[in-house]
Design a protein around this ligand. Structure first.
Ligand SMILES: [Zn+2]
Length: 508
């Protein structure tokens, strides 16, 4: 029987291999990831899965661009003083820093300035920082976070998704902004060098994007002191503008006349080829056999750091990758073949911004119309032994939610926790793994996740810390849910009326 073939021992063997030193942290574009891809493909071959690629391999190859700054971004303020022009040059790290995320080409821009509150448009709170200003081709200065107006607006103390810089960038892009300057929130008294330290690890690494990706708006993170220097002679400090906005309960966006920001971004761009690994087990039913359930996990991780430490990624996402292999085996070995098809999909580029799944959904190997569910597994081997976070199960299809609930009843001592099942949860887990790209196309999804922990995104995420009994339980749950969908009379129906609207793909 399929279910019993999902075993702790097999999971341990897969995870131990995938997180071992020779795989060097499985960074997208690096040798260790290629070894992992070969390993996954060898398992698919052993199980006799069908290749969907023209070359007969399990590799869905795709190109990524690697981007990094050639030199520190330059950033200065130009204004008139008396009859002369003054150029005030800010210093990188002390006054500002920038991310190369989403920047495709080098750039030199000089443009005038607009202050736009917090850079938020939130119709449900009747709040819009862009309502009364023209910002196209201008550089927009905003405050980090979200306005503190009243208990009912922006949920009081708790930050909503509107505070997220990625959403602010997306909004700025819609408004055709030339660059976004995000100033530290003056109320928070943040030390800028601490903020830089928090970002540094990400800033140092190359960023990656798909050649087809849209460009992002250039982003500068600036100190509130830098913002005050930009605001000099306007009669207001950043704190004054913030106080006025929050007292009035509405945006006080305004042009900042007689000054320009000038910036230069020099980038270095290289192209690499990586791959998703995909194997199909066809369904046998003549009517619904073409309908496909995707079982996905990312197999990439964060590689090796500057000090030579390997980031093993045993939980993230050795556990999910291994679960996909075990579920594939269970489906293939089941005495009854499935009615509907299963696509087992290990994606790369997740840690670089969900890029492998984004590529898959834009160039799918099977039509998305008949892709009826994505069950995505990311980090299922740590924390409480008897619970798993279920995210997104009811958002697009209540049918799917019910099948998963029913399946969980067959697994002893596994409790489904819906704590993070929200678009507004400040951790934003719903947006943070590969199911998200499937949900963008209205495909019902479930994200299986066991939570972060002290070794998350650290070299110490190692195989000896994995709870294999727990990993087995969750892999069995995914298998049973997939099986239930496969054998059900109807494919998971989308919720009547509107299913919760998922914000457009967030570019960052
Ligand atoms: Zn992950």
């Amino acid at each position: 029987m399929g279910l019993q073939s999902i075993s702790q021992n097999d999971l341990r063997a897969h995870i131990t291999f995938l997180s071992s030193d020779p795989l060097e942290g499985r960074e997208t574009g690096e040798k260790g990831l290629q070894i992992a891809a070969e390993y996954i493909a060898s398992q698919f071959r052993r199980l006799g899965l069908t290749s969907l690629n023209p070359d007969g391999s399990y590799f869905q190859k795709y190109e990524l661009l690697k981007i990094k700054f050639k030199s520190d971004p330059q950033f200065s303020l130009i204004y008139q003083e008396g009859s002369g022009t003054v150029k005030e040059i800010f210093s990188y790290r002390e006054d500002y820093f920038s991310s190369s995320r989403g920047i495709v080409n080098g750039l030199e821009v000089k443009a005038s300035l607009v202050f736009a509150g917090y850079g938020i448009t939130a119709p449900e709170y009747e709040y819009d920082d862009y309502a009364n200003v023209d910002v196209a081709s201008k550089i927009v200065l905003i405050i980090d976070g979200e306005p503190d107006i009243s208990e009912d607006i922006f949920k009081g103390d708790e930050d909503t998704h509107y505070s997220d810089i990625r959403e602010k960038l997306k909004r700025a892009k819609e408004k055709k902004v030339a660059a976004l300057l995000v100033a530290s929130n003056p109320k928070k008294g943040e030390i800028f060098s601490d903020k830089y330290k928090r970002w540094r690890r990400w800033l140092r690494r190359e960023t990656m994007l798909l050649p087809s990706s849209e460009k992002s708006v250039p982003l500068f993170i600036i100190s509130s002191r830098t913002a005050d220097r930009i605001l000099a002679n306007t009669g207001n400090s950043l704190r004054d503008l913030q106080t006025e906005l929050e007292n009035d309960g509405k945006s006080n966006a305004q042009e900042l006349p007689d000054r320009y920001v000038h910036f230069i971004l020099e980038i270095e761009k290289t192209s690499i080829i990586t791959q998703n690994v995909a194997g199909l087990f066809p369904g046998v039913d003549p009517e619904v056999g073409h309908e496909t359930i995707v079982i996905s996990a990312h197999y990439d991780h964060l590689g090796v750091d500057d000090k030579g430490s390997i980031w093993h990624g045993a939980d993230d996402n050795g556990t999910g990758t291994s679960a996909v292999l075990e579920i594939a085996e269970a489906i293939v070995w089941n005495t009854t073949p499935p009615k509907r098809s299963f696509l087992f999909l290990a994606v790369s580029g997740e840690e670089k911004g969900l890029l492998g799944s984004k590529f898959y959904t834009t160039q799918p190997l099977l039509p998305l119309d008949n892709t009826i569910t994505d069950l995505n597994i990311d980090m299922i081997g740590r924390n409480a032994p008897d619970s798993v976070y279920i995210i997104g199960s009811n958002m697009i299809s209540e049918d799917l939610h019910e099948i998963n609930e029913y399946a969980s009843g067959k697994i002893d001592n596994l409790f489904l926790n819906y704590l993070y099942n929200s678009l507004d949860d400040p951790n934003r887990f719903y947006y943070r793994s590969d199911h998200y790209n499937f949900a963008q196309y209205g495909i019902p999804i479930i994200f299986y996740f066991a939570g972060i922990h002290k070794d998350y995104h650290k070299p110490t995420d190692t195989a000896d810390k994995i709870d294999y009994a727990k990993t087995e339980k969750i892999a069995r749950l995914v298998y049973l849910t997939g099986w239930g969908i496969s054998q059900n009379d109807v494919r998971p129906r989308k919720n009547a009326g509107e299913y919760p609207e998922i914000p457009d793909r967030i570019k960052y």
